[in-house]
Design a protein around this ligand. Structure first.
Ligand SMILES: CC(C)(COP(=O)(O)OP(=O)(O)OC[C@H]1O[C@@H](n2cnc3c(N)ncnc32)[C@H](O)[C@@H]1OP(=O)(O)O)[C@@H](O)C(=O)NCCC(=O)NCCS
Length: 197
């Protein structure tokens, strides 16, 4: 994510968590050396045809390779935040624009988040998710996050419980094998896996 993405990402956050206002200060997050935010970029023409060219860009270096003219401005289809909390890569937020859901982009973001955690030497991944958010829980389970406990009344607006989920050690042979298998299946299903971090 770059500062120029903030308006679009803020819009995605508003849409994804409505009627709640999360109000993340992405400006602060981008300056935080213990956090990383990845985005999915789509070019307008690919967005229209739903053929998504995806880039999870940390510093946006790749961006200039894709933008050929101002009219080819990038659209952001989703984002994920990862906080480096000790040895844990903590997923702070993940969201895909409504009209792009169900096409594998949430999965792509999660793959990017796990990869960046692995490459930064973190040991495991963790997160909290609303007890009612079955879609997100299924996504995490697909990447071998397991339920580790419940935080009672965690969400301040309505006191819903949070399910705590975490992976095993992400550098273990077992996890690496399973993670690679999942990425292979993703590619085999005809989706693109262009991740630049
Ligand atoms: C959760 C979210 C990011 C998933 O994004 P997405 O692009 O629609 O998900 P994908 O198409 O990549 O699906 C990947 C996996 O997620 C799970 N999943 C996604 N949508 C699902 C649904 N409607 N029902 C059940 N499982 C679902 C499945 O395991 C799916 O794998 P499969 O296709 O093999 O079944 C998206 O629904 C979203 O932005 N939700 C609002 C924000 C939010 O709740 N974030 C999580 C906060 S913790």
């Amino acid at each position: 994510m770059k500062s120029q993405d903030i308006d679009q990402v803020t819009g995605i956050e508003k849409e994804a968590f409505y009627p709640l206002t999360i109000g993340t200060s992405f400006t602060i997050q981008l300056r935080n050396k213990y956090s990383r935010y990845l985005v999915i970029e789509t070019r307008p023409e690919s967005a229209m045809s739903a053929q998504l060219s995806m880039v999870a860009g940390l510093f946006g270096i790749i961006r200039n390779l894709f933008i050929k003219s101002p009219s080819e401005a990038v659209n952001i289809a989703g984002y994920v935040g990862i906080w480096f909390q000790g040895s844990e890569g903590h997923i702070s937020e993940i969201a895909v624009k409504k009209r792009f859901r169900g096409k594998g982009l949430g999965e792509l973001l999660l793959i990017g988040a796990i990869r960046i955690s692995i490459s930064n030497g973190l040991q495991m991944m963790g997160l909290e998710v609303r007890a009612s958010n079955v879609q997100a829980q299924k996504l995490y389970q697909k990447y071998y996050f397991q339920e580790n406990g419940i935080r009672k009344g965690y969400y301040s607006n309505d006191k819903e419980d949070a399910v705590i989920m975490a992976t095993e050690l992400i550098h273990s042979n077992d996890y690496q094998r399973k993670f690679l298998d999942r990425q292979r299946q993703y590619l085999d299903s005809g989706k693109q896996l262009n991740i630049n971090i």
